[in-house]
Design a protein around this ligand. Structure first.
Ligand SMILES: [Mg+2]
Length: 165
């Protein structure tokens, strides 16, 4: 199902090197808002800095793939020393595919981590890479987000029912 992630974790820091090793994932694409930071703050959430350090130590190449604009993502990416793609237009797969190319890996070795089904999960599926859906740090404002989050809830509960079968 195109709206189902391959994996679900509560937060990005629940993704461990041993999990990645077990699944054969060697490269990571990272969403920013509500995956690494709260929405539009640019500050890493608690535990995320440590997770990034852990990934660097374990030798996982990481690259940012955000739908946000360049002027926001560029300073953020620089502050944590990562390459980035801004204005990714997820769920369109094109920049995610570019990300895979930039990482220089096979699609099968690459995973996107992100908090939204209709951008991250769908985008990764369309790009032919795996995706881990994480839970957002905060609820966003605005009607369109509220609608999307409501639909996501339905998809997530169906997904959970399927997984528990
Ligand atoms: Mg996000």
């Amino acid at each position: 199902m195109i709206f189902y992630p391959h994996y679900r974790k509560e937060k990005i820091f629940d993704i461990t090197p041993s999990f990645l090793e077990k699944e054969g994932i060697k490269y990571l694409l990272l969403d920013v808002d509500n995956t690494l930071t709260r929405h539009h703050t640019g500050r890493l959430e608690q535990g995320v800095k440590e997770w990034l350090d852990q990934m660097h130590e374990a030798g996982y190449p990481l690259i940012i793939a955000s739908n946000s604009k360049d002027y926001r993502i560029a300073p953020f990416a620089k502050s944590i020393g990562l390459d980035y793609f801004a204005l990714c237009c997820k769920p369109l797969p094109f920049k995610l595919k570019k990300g895979v190319k930039k990482l220089g890996c096979k699609k099968s070795e690459c995973m996107l981590i992100g908090d939204q089904i209709f951008t991250d999960t769908l985008g990764a599926r369309l790009a032919g890479i795996r995706v881990c859906l994480t839970e957002p740090f905060v609820e966003e404002e605005g009607t369109s987000f509220k609608i999307r989050r409501k639909l996501e809830k339905k998809i997530k509960s169906r997904y959970e029912r399927k997984m528990s079968r």
